[in-house]
Design a protein around this ligand. Sequence first.
Ligand SMILES: Cc1cc2nc3c(=O)[nH]c(=O)nc-3n(C[C@H](O)[C@H](O)[C@H](O)COP(=O)(O)OP(=O)(O)OC[C@H]3O[C@@H](n4cnc5c(N)ncnc54)[C@H](O)[C@@H]3O)c2cc1C
Length: 283
Amino acid sequence: MKPHDFDYVRPTELDQVFDLIERHGDDARILAGGQSLMPTLNMRLSAPALLIDINRIDALKGLSVEGDMLRIGALTRHVELEHSPEVARHAPLLTKAIRHVAHPAVRNRGTIGGSLSLADPAAELPACALALGATLVLRGRDGQRRVPANTFFVDLYETARGEKEVLEAVEVPLATSSDRFGFGELARRHGDFAMVGLAAAARMAGGTIERLRLAFFGIGNVPVLSSAADLAAGRPLDADLVEVLRGAVGETLDPTDNLQASAAMKKHLASVLVGRVLGDMME
Ligand SMILES: Cc1cc2nc3c(=O)[nH]c(=O)nc-3n(C[C@H](O)[C@H](O)[C@H](O)COP(=O)(O)OP(=O)(O)OC[C@H]3O[C@@H](n4cnc5c(N)ncnc54)[C@H](O)[C@@H]3O)c2cc1C
């Protein structure tokens, strides 16, 4: 199928984007990598009258260390995350996770801003943002606001981004020598959206865990941080702890059935992932 007719503009400044959004409202849609938007247009699930291509806006590009944060511009493509030495050094969880996102052709075009704005419940990057304690930088006509990842994902494909705002960047705290990260997902085929996935981040203090975050995706409408992670505080990251968390995690999740797996199956897969991912982090 082909999409309905639409107009297309490619502004070079954010102010032009805000003008267009104000003028066209719901009839306009932002186009980044197009890897989610274009299929929905081609299938006629959506029929905006205007596409605003943001790919020429420099303010949305680039990777830089700013203080104790890695700033990742919204237009950073998945392939750039995959191969960036800065990301591997300062946010290695993203390097691990991005290889699970689709296939090279999609990663060549898809952007981190598109993935976070879309907020697909089975997507890898929103869960990574939660595990990392990232901050999403939103830009509107009247300025910028910063939203912590744990309040950004509101409901199915719904985020805290206002209709007239653009996601400008993501800020990720720089990894330290006390941090350990793990990532895993269970999908029917490599590159498919996950049935269930887990992004994990541990901050160690000496030989024990100071703080653990377990961010699951593919579970419900939004990625979730499991409260089972609190059981890890003050304990070493060892096989005993992994068994405790494997047993506890199911009770803290409230999965929904979908075409991929039943709720009961998802709880089981979540427990399997805790074993695998934390097992890798022990090494
Ligand atoms: C075959 C296939 C397999 C895929 N598999 C996976 C997978 O396994 N895991 C996964 O996570 N994803 C997967 N994807 C989706 C892919 O990762 C997309 O790249 C991503 O979800 C959207 O990024 P994009 O830059 O292409 O956004 P677009 O498609 O351009 O936009 C997506 C949405 O976000 C909005 N948007 C984009 N950028 C901004 C911004 N800066 N500010 C405000 N709104 C914005 C758009 O208006 C649109 O509503 C797959 C896609 C395909 C086609």
